[in-house]
Design a protein around this ligand. Structure first.
Ligand code: ADP
Length: 481
């Protein structure tokens, strides 16, 4: 297009410009926009048919319309609002839409659109063009009608004229954005050239984009496509978010159910299980049984006791995790703690090639702690060390760490633990994948909870094939509970 720009056409001596009131400009532009819009559509419709002269004539009408529009802008719109170039004569091309290009493009994914304009012909031109793009289009002739439409029907996009009597585009936009049921619907403002300042305001107020009249079909298509794409993306996000929320709620219900069931099982299993174990014990000891029957009874009693141990472990861990257990603090001697723990587990090492070694630093002070919890922590760690050390040694040492903490360490020369399992083994039911030894996977979870309840920390250092050291710190003084 060889267009003469405004600065080319105006000399420094040009007379002062008469600017027209915006409503008058609007009235002048409206019919011109319609002439351009209809001729554009007609020439696209007849394009390709044996009516070349008709297309050429329609193009001339459209070009003339553009020229008059530009002249109006040039002569009657203030310079600051102008940026349009003026086509010189009817032989010059006016940014004509390339209809062949329009036809080649893949069809848009259609949307449900609302066109809002008080001028029936403007509504008609825009609606028809959009329907030809494949969209489902409804139209409203006033701001009030538009609001009623969006309240009653789910639209994907609203094309909203700014200048309308009674309720203008600003007000419709403000009310839509203030309504939480409507604020997600994207709005493209439709403006005339000299309304661009107002468009900035609309975009600040939440409008998605704007289009100026007369519409450039390529731009119209691209902006509507982009807007619909964004809206679909947001819709998908909202849907996923809602689904996530739903799933989370369901998960919470399932977790509550599982917790209730576990508590129920743990509580209700203990009493009958204890009765079974007692009964089997009695039979084994006092029943009139032959040796084979006695052996079977002993196996049954052993199984029952293991099961009861598991149930108790689970109950303890649950109680500690929910902080429903208070520590029973008393003055404890580290020597007695270690000696008591070794006494409880030494039978596990009997008959094996594993030696138990106690290495408590002499002269250590007393510490304040819960004897039951700390003793069970040591027992768990030493029992594990024996279980995972087929031959070698298990050394239990105690020493001061700074002035305020005491460290207890259980070192073995057993199979070791791979570093990637260090965290997992302290979680409930966490075991090393390859571990074939019988266990619940609750022992270390209990140790961690017990140590942390005292204000200490537990850690593991290990090298597979070489051995492991589990150690924990305990502050000398009781912490506030
Ligand atoms: P359990 O021993 O009942 O399985 P724990 O919580 O006490 O449960 O231990 C979790 C896992 O940590 C064990 O199954 C084992 O895989 C690993 N583990 C614990 N202590 C040792 C150790 N001293 N040497 C090697 N592996 C260990």
């Amino acid at each position: 297009m060889s267009a003469r720009s405004e600065s080319d056409s105006d000399s420094a001596a040009s007379p002062a410009k008469t600017t027209l009131p915006s409503h008058l400009l609007h009235d002048l532009r409206s019919p011109l926009n319609q002439i351009i819009g209809y001729s554009e559509m007609l020439s696209e419709e007849v394009d390709g048919e044996p009516s070349e002269s008709l297309v050429a004539d329609l193009d001339k009408i459209r070009a003339a319309g553009h020229r008059i529009l530009a002249l109006i802008d040039h002569h009657f719109v203030s310079d600051t609002e102008l940026s349009r170039a003026i086509p010189t004569d009817e032989n010059e091309e006016v940014a004509a839409p390339d209809s062949s290009l329009l036809k080649q493009r893949p069809p848009l994914e259609p949307g449900h659109l609302l066109v809002v304009d008080d001028d029936p012909s403007n509504r008609d031109v825009l609606s028809r063009r959009l329907r030809r793009e494949g969209h489902v289009v409804e139209a409203a002739g006033s701001g009030r009608d538009a609001l009623e439409c969006v309240r009653n029907t789910a639209f994907d996009l609203v094309l909203l004229d700014i200048m309308m009597p009674e309720m203008d585009g600003y007000e419709v936009l403000r009310l839509m954005k203030a309504d939480e049921r409507l604020h997600h619907i994207p709005v493209i403002m439709i403006s005339a050239l000299n309304e661009e300042q107002s468009v900035v305001r609309c975009i600040e107020a939440g409008a998605e984009d704007y289009l100026t009249k007369p519409f450039n079909p390529t731009l119209l298509r691209a902006r509507i496509g982009a807007c619909l794409e964004k809206k679909r993306g947001r819709d998908r996000e909202t849907l996923l978010f809602d689904q996530l929320g739903e799933n989370y709620k369901r998960l919470q219900v399932v977790e509550e159910l599982r917790d209730d069931m576990r508590n129920m099982i743990v509580h209700d299993l203990r009493t009958p299980l204890t009765a079974v174990i007692l009964g089997v014990d009695m039979l084994e000891k006092h029943g009139d049984l032959n040796p084979a029957q006695r052996e079977m009874m002993a196996i049954a009693a052993g199984g029952g006791k293991t099961l009861l141990g598991m149930v108790n472990d689970l109950l303890d861990v649950e109680k500690m995790a929910s902080s429903s257990t208070k520590l029973q603090y008393e003055e404890l001697s580290p020597d007695s703690l270690v000696a008591g723990a070794i006494e409880q587990v030494c039978s596990l090492a009997e008959g094996s090639d594993t030696r138990l070694v106690s290495d408590v630093t002499p002269g250590l002070p007393f510490l304040q702690g819960d004897e039951n919890k700390l003793s069970r922590t040591l027992v768990n760690l030493i029992a594990n060390a024996i279980k995972f050390t087929p031959s070698g040694s298990v050394t239990i040492s105690v020493f001061m760490e700074g002035d305020d903490f005491m460290r207890f360490a259980v070192r073995d020369t057993g199979e070791g633990i791979p570093p990637e399992a260090f965290e997992r083994i302290f979680e409930k039911f966490g075991q090393v994948g390859s571990s074939k030894k019988v266990g619940t996977g609750l022992g270390l979870a209990f140790c961690k909870l017990a140590v942390e309840a005292h204000g200490g920390r537990i850690k593991v250092e290990s090298t597979p094939g070489v051995g492991s050291t589990f150690s924990f710190t305990i502050p000398l003084l009781a912490r506030d509970q």
